[in-house]
Design a protein around this ligand. Sequence first.
Ligand code: NI
Length: 226
Amino acid sequence: MLVRIENFLTKQEVSNAVELLEQSDWIDGATTAGHLALHAKKNLQLPENSPSARKLGDFILSLIGQSQQILAAGLPNKIYPPMFNCYQENGEFGSHIDNTIRRVSGTAVKVRTDISMTVFFSEPEEYEGGELIIQDTYGEQRIKFAAGDIVMYPSTSLHRVSPVTKGRRLASFFWMQSLVRSAEQRRILYDLDLSIQTLTAENPHNPEIVRLSGVYHNLLRQWSET
Ligand code: NI
């Protein structure tokens, strides 16, 4: 399941973020690539302990906590601190699957990557290429969303970023460990949640909502781990 959240950041928040990113010191992104992915990664990243990365990252995490859509689709247990990258001058990232377990730098905290997330800071017309290309069950999805949008997709997916042949693509990327490990089970819970919300909006006194909510929570009880 691929979920797009539009206007996760306002345009003002995007331009504040870009301003901060432009003042920051970037390093070669190859330093954090996994062993196998290394050869195919050509971009820039902010160091994980960079003050701007932490400031912007904390801001993104606070917004995630307020996003009903992200909470419903992801059922977050732990979230890896957001990281930041920049693709330009034919920068790209070849096909790969993200590493499964990531230890948060400087801590003992480990995050299993169930859901991969990208926040776009550049408008699609500001660069050429730079599509996030995700293989899913139904074929290839080519993602190039508006600045401020966020995409969530299962970390089990093979994906790549095509070369940025003109302009610059700034983004944040990070991972979520979900309370529910299986993408299929998360999808069922998300669909059920959306139906319950729609029925509630139509008639909050419909007694079937109580039963359906019970089903939702009992499935979550069966499938979740904390
Ligand atoms: Ni990746």
